[in-house]
Design a protein around this ligand. Structure first.
Ligand code: SF4
Length: 474
């Protein structure tokens, strides 16, 4: 098997951009204004704390509450209607600037790390599967407790994560973001989406070597998310904080093709857990999480289960409820999940993950095999081409909350259906384009590449079908 990589050839966009180094200047500005950035970060921490804590102290909003008359509704809208969908979109557009410049958890964990114990990171914490497991668990748990609807689960999940970030920061690392690097539940998703960003901090190995030859010994750079600067090749782990901008004259903020990292870098860096997160998480579990409350399949399953339970004299799963922190339990709002509801919704999300994941895995395997003899590395590389569709799905699901929250306040956004079609179609087309470009790295035979593309496009059907069912059929 031959892998054609382009390690030293400069992309045409790089050559153009070298003449206009506005981006490098922005990177340098970030590097010089770390105090301003810190002030902004602590302001975000303060706003975050208010949005998280104050709604818990207020009574639940009634049906007459509007975004502009009720603080709890406003906080919900900011968290789930603006913050999350636009952080997802922003990461795909400018890399992980949210993480490096604004994220309150990142700020808190890094501060805790400056005053903490400074212990070495334990080995178990560096296991690559944590971000995927944490993302899947919080997604499923969030649905069980209706995190999008109520302030207490929001405080529990987001606040719990923040406390964990602070504790990990206090115990491990010195001025570092060990939490963000290894454990944050969304770091896996951000790391994938950042690969699409047309901006990154680029390391020029030649400039680095030249700087070393001159004997220059610049002071150390505190890269809080522990990125190995010299060998950094992509935007996945970088938080875009700008601290390394200009280091050894070799690192600078630069433009690149949004396809570049996935096509030319991900083949060597893609990890198995990233494939699991893309295939079973973002293209499976996430669809189930957004679908279950509208699904006629779930209603049919509930009726079938209820009839059978009653017929066998076991009615307790239909009557038993749980505390709000286990299953949604708000009798005054007529919103209570029984044990049966809870089990079915978890089963629904798992079924979506398994059904979509298995179909996608098989089709990706076929797409890989079409290119020649079997290669696991190539399989993981092909999975990376699905990132645009995976990211678009998360954005569509979260932005559906934006749309529904505004609609419940009488604000109907225009062209929502058309916008959703456009996002899905563009993401699908983008993913197919990435696949086509990747296939060229492995074979020059057009027939093999075309067959591989067909199998890859088949792999995208379950995810597209899931969103079509949710937005247009159910
Ligand atoms: S590599 Fe590290 S120091 Fe450089 S911009 Fe990224 S996060 Fe900041």
């Amino acid at each position: 098997m031959t892998i054609c990589t382009l390690p030293d050839r400069k992309h045409p966009s790089i050559l153009v951009e070298e003449r206009f180094d506005i981006w490098a200047r922005i990177g340098d500005w970030l590097q010089r204004h770390q105090r301003t950035i810190r002030a902004i970060q602590w302001t975000v921490v303060a706003v975050y704390a208010v949005l998280l804590i104050v709604p818990v102290l207020l009574p639940l909003p009634d049906n007459t509450a509007y975004l502009w008359t009720d603080f709890t509704r406003l906080a919900q809208f900011i968290f789930w209607g603006i913050w999350w969908p636009f952080v997802i979109l922003g990461t795909a557009l400018v890399g992980r600037m949210w993480c490096g410049l604004l994220c309150p958890e990142g700020t808190i964990t890094e501060f805790a790390s400056t005053i903490g114990r400074g212990r070495a990171t334990p080995r178990w914490m560096t296991w690559a599967g944590w971000p995927t497991i944490a993302f899947a668990s919080t997604t499923a748990y969030g649905q069980m407790v209706s995190v999008y609807q109520y302030p207490r689960p929001t405080l529990l999940i987001l606040g719990g994560s923040t406390v964990a970030a602070a504790v990990v920061g206090y115990l491990y690392g010195r001025n570092k973001r060990v939490w963000c690097r290894y454990l944050c539940p969304v770091s896996g998703v951000f790391a994938l989406l950042a690969k699409l960003a047309p901006l990154h901090f680029r390391v020029d190995p030649e400039e680095w070597r030249n700087s070393q030859l001159t004997g220059a010994k610049p002071g150390p750079v505190n890269c809080a998310p522990l990125v190995p600067l010299k060998t950094m090749r992509g935007a996945s782990a970088c938080h875009m904080c700008g601290r390394c901008s200009g280091f050894r004259g070799a690192i600078r903020l630069a433009r690149r093709s949004p396809n570049y990292e996935i096509v030319h870098v991900a083949g060597q860096t893609a990890k198995p857990w990233e494939t699991v997160l893309i295939v079973f998480g973002l293209l499976g579990l996430v669809i189930g999480a957004f679908q279950w409350s509208s699904s006629p399949l779930l209603i049919a399953a509930k009726q079938w289960a209820a009839q059978n339970l009653i017929a066998t004299g076991m009615s307790w799963p239909l009557e038993t409820t749980a505390p709000w922190w286990v299953l949604t339990n708000y009798p005054l709002k007529n919103d209570v999940l029984t044990l049966l509801d809870g089990m079915l919704l978890v089963a629904y999300m798992l079924a979506a993950a398994v059904v979509c994941g298995v179909i996608i895995t098989l089709m990706l395997g076929l797409a890989t095999r079409c290119l020649g003899s079997w290669s696991l590395a190539r399989f993981h590389h092909m999975a990376q081409a699905l990132i645009p569709l995976a990211g678009a799905g998360v954005f569509l699901g979260l932005s559906a909350l934006t749309v529904s929250q505004l609609r419940s306040d009488g604000i109907t956004l225009p062209f929502v259906g058309q916008a959703r079609v456009a996002v899905l179609a563009l993401a699908t087309l983008w993913a197919a384009t990435l696949c086509w470009k990747i296939t060229r790295l492995y074979t020059e035979i057009t027939g093999r590449r075309a067959l591989s593309l067909v199998a890859f496009c088949t792999a995208m059907i379950p995810a597209n079908a899931g969103w079509v069912l949710l937005f247009w059929i159910w």
